[in-house]
Design a protein around this ligand. Structure first.
Ligand code: SF4
Length: 466
């Protein structure tokens, strides 16, 4: 029984989804080849696909899903009898489309046990015809069936990274002093307690979150540190969904590997609620906290059901500064409720808060994605802008009521382009000048203010897409 696991894109990280799946499949008795097409397309040869009994694709995000299409089609064409699975956050959201490509089984976020069960079933009766292969418990025929199903509580295995490209081939952490650190990636939890309307986690986890056992996380961290990692990204949708669990892990990480830094994602609401923990983050080596601010407009934040206000964001910035924690803000810069004036105001706020170096340029060009299952589609305020589902992009297309805003987005996207690792202040100044001109505002009275703590803003040198 041989399984081929395929990742197409994981934001420049060594694919955790493949490593976890590989551990479970190997324990189930399968031999495993794990291929990260983003780094090692050459390994994906026809002979390997033809000889596989099980071919499984990890689809943790939108870009990965779109990139997977030709690879799934190729695998199915070369090997009509293999069991083909898709797993990860974006698989159930696109179940119907994946089935049209020849995928047999669609698994959601907590996929490991189901994937291992499929491998065992293939092992018992190898190379069965497709029509007899699907099993009821693994057959999520639509996003809705995955949403309604209670999520399992798995006893995780330590991810097995055998055969994946080394960390040096992935994104690294650029420190302000010029040092570059190899980056490892793991997760201490999955899912989220919250129900933000624009978030792709919500249709799958529906307010649930699941923890990864601390001993598993710490063993995975230790293995990656042994492989050269000087920094660990914790990819939890929100690190403070379980703050006691989270702090236990970073305390242990810091005790075992005091020179290793880490980064986490924490929502504004949690930064305020757990403000007492922020100094401990700084003390345990937290290089930065990413926080999805999304907007500074309270009406838009309410439509997103984000759980914070503009004032909360400003307070969170101050709290992080006081605690010595670097906050990295992300935004949904373009959405149907934006105006030319409010985009210009967003830039002024970023400048006033001295956050220019804390915002990757791509964040200023992010346009709202509305995937299948998005809770935004519950709102008349969203539906009135939607033009229909686009199978080519796997999203609902929408247009802004003011075509000048869509034109501004195109021009901002062109400015950002692929200049993702250049001087952020230079790109920001260019964007700010254009935004003010389009909003009918005079040129900014000052050049972008020097950021107070620019020298303390490390960043991952990988473009951020969703
Ligand atoms: S807090 Fe973050 S991960 Fe959780 S639902 Fe909201 S956007 Fe998604």
């Amino acid at each position: 029984m041989h399984s081929v696991l395929i990742s197409t894109y994981e934001m420049g990280r060594q694919p955790f989804g493949l490593a976890s799946a590989a551990a479970w499949l190997r324990e189930a008795g399968s031999t495993v080849t794990a291929i990260d097409v983003a780094k090692d397309r050459g390994r994906l040869d026809a002979a390997m696909l033809v000889s596989a009994d099980l071919i499984a694709f990890h689809l943790p995000m939108h870009t990965a899903t779109r990139l997977a299409e030709p690879v799934i089609a190729k695998a199915r064409a070369l090997n009509p009898t293999a069991r083909v699975c898709a797993f990860g956050l974006y698989a159930p959201l696109n179940a119907e489309w994946l089935r049209s490509l020849g995928v047999d089984d669609v698994l959601g976020g907590e996929f490991e046990a189901d994937l291992a069960a499929i491998a065992r079933s293939v092992d018992v009766v190898p190379r069965r015809t497709l029509s007899s292969q699907r099993t009821e418990e693994c057959d999520s025929s639509s996003a809705i069936s995955a949403v309604k199903r209670p999520l399992p509580r798995l006893q995780f295995l330590v991810p097995d990274r055998t055969g994946l490209p080394p960390l040096v081939q992935y994104a690294s952490l650029q420190m302000p002093d010029g040092e570059r650190r190899l980056v490892g990636y793991t997760e201490t939890s999955r899912g989220c307690r919250h129900l933000c309307r624009h978030c792709p986690v919500v249709p799958i986890y529906n307010g649930q979150f699941r923890v990864v056992q601390p001993e598993v996380v710490l063993a995975d961290v230790a293995a990656q540190v042994a492989a050269g990692a000087g920094h660990i990204t914790f990819g939890d949708p929100d690190f403070f969904n379980g703050p006691t669990h989270a702090m236990r892990i970073v305390d242990a990480l810091h005790a075992a590997h005091p020179s290793v830094s880490y980064d986490v994602t924490i929502k504004i609401e949690h930064l305020l609620r757990h403000r007492d923990l922020l100094p401990r983050l700084a003390d345990t080596g937290c290089a930065f906290v990413t926080s999805a601010v999304e907007s500074i407009d309270d009406r838009t934040l309410a439509l997103f059901d984000k759980g914070h206000t503009r004032a909360d964001f400003i307070e969170a910035v101050a709290l992080c500064r006081d605690a010595g924690v670097t906050i990295v803000a992300t935004f949904v810069a373009f959405h149907p409720w934006l105006t030319l004036a409010s985009y210009a105001e967003l830039l002024e706020t970023i400048s006033d808060l001295e956050l220019v170096d804390h915002v990757a340029p791509i964040q200023l060009a992010i346009r709202l994605l509305v995937p299948e299952g998005s809770r935004l589609l519950e709102l008349d305020e969203m539906r009135r802008h939607v033009l229909g589902f686009d199978p080519a992009t796997l999203t609902y297309r929408w247009s802004h009521p003011d075509p000048r805003v869509d034109a501004l987005h195109r021009d901002i996207a062109a400015i950002v382009g692929m200049r993702l690792n250049v001087d952020r202040r230079a790109v920001f100044a260019e964007i700010r000048a254009l935004a003010r001109e389009r909003a009918g505002l005079p040129p900014a009275p000052d050049a972008t203010r020097p950021a107070r703590d620019r020298a303390t803003v490390p960043y991952l040198n990988e473009p951020w897409y969703c």
